[in-house]
Write a protein that binds this ligand. Sequence first.
Ligand code: NAD
Length: 480
Amino acid sequence: MAPEIKYTKLFIDNEWVDAKSGKTFDTYNPHDGSVIAKVAEGDKADIDLAVAAAKRAFHRNSEWRQLDASQRGAILHKFSELVERDWNYLAELESYNNGMVISLAKALRLVNLIRYIASCADKIKGDTIAADGEVFSYTLRQPVGVSGIILPWNFPIYIFINKVCTALAAGCTVVVKPAEQTPLTALALAALLAEAGVPKGVVNVVNGFGPGAGTALTHHVDVAKISFTGSVEVGKLIQQAAGTNNLKRVTLELGGKSPLVVMDDADLNLAVPIAANAVFAHQGQVCVAASRLFVQSGIYDKFVEAAVNYAKGIKVGNPADPTTQHGPQIDGEIMNKVLGYIEKGKKEGAKLLCGGKRVGTTGYYVEPTVFADVTDKMTIAKEEIFGPVQSILKFDTLEEVIDRANDTNYGLSAGIITTNVNNALQFAKHVESGIVRVNSYLGGGPQSPFGGFKDSGIGRENGMDALLAYTEVKNVVISL
Ligand code: NAD
């Protein structure tokens, strides 16, 4: 049964309101392309109202600013209980609007993430400084202000929770602009935050499109920080916008073309499923997807055969079915983009060994696809596909593969599968990547810094560093 859709309006100042323009837009179920709701379409006028509410809520005398850090933490702990209470519903809504297979949606351990962030709220502290002269010098960490949070469509609940809870733990107020493809779960989470006791104006959610609501938020003079997850292309626009009317702080979590290296000494029984999950999980719509799979020449042929068998065994189907492993892409545009990359791969001489086609004629399904004999210059080895396409490249030495892995403007994630600790240490030291995993690929807890080198982003999510990025340092110097 389809999950009930309770909220479709904008959430501003703890109230559900229509867009000023009265406009709505359709949102879909990627399984069959059907319209599941009409959602209020916010634009500049609505962003202005939401930012004004967030600014009032950030005033030094506001209810929110009067709370101490442990009280903010307590509200977030309450929120974690509500998310736990409603978890099945939230996961079903995520799956319904996003196409994420229900087993993955349910498995995301977000209650723990909220609890971790909640417990960090009262751990923010300043320093005392050994200053010269007869002075006492110390620092305060204070919330940066109204924060604009712009979300992608691939992990809507997870990224909302991670960014919003971190901003709130630091004492900021927020205006959230969810992705236009997945507007629903952010509204359900906003309702739970209000139920948890977040005062009015602290959390505002304005659905709408990038060039409308998104641009208005990134240009707004009363927004002190933008935290964005999405494409490199939009990340660059956001960085420019952030410097236009004022000087916003930015955290950018962007795309990747991540290398996973399998050495000759690897155990194939371990390596094949890790590599498959690294690129096929969530239909490849994962920023850290291991979309360049480098396999050493000694095991190359055996590995390719096993990888193809593995991909052929992945169960494709309705994401609402708990046994489904592979659901649809988010929409027709993305599906066609992925199919376009597959055609390019064939044309440029990569060997298509399985998949490669759309599944059925309704919904946006693409078969798990494996290409072998991919070379570094091919488009499928250079551009982020964001779909279920495993590109296998052959290499001879570790030295060579490190250079090839680094030959990209991206630098989000990398992995190596090996039984030789020296290989792992050398790779971890020299690969240009914000995240390096050895003998595993996905995962990592809320304490682990998450973000990229080079064009993959600026700043890190998770842990205390992410929290501190929602604060300013104030130095106070007292003459003695
Ligand atoms: P996108 O960049 O197209 O859109 C992301 C968000 O930006 C949406 O909310 C959109 O409305 C908004 N937006 C678009 N144009 C804007 C503008 N001019 N000003 C302000 N906002 C604007 O990305 P997407 O297609 O939703 O997500 C996929 C991308 O996100 C991939 O590249 C993926 O790698 C990346 N991603 C990165 C991470 C990470 O943590 N590094 C996580 C998930 C996804």
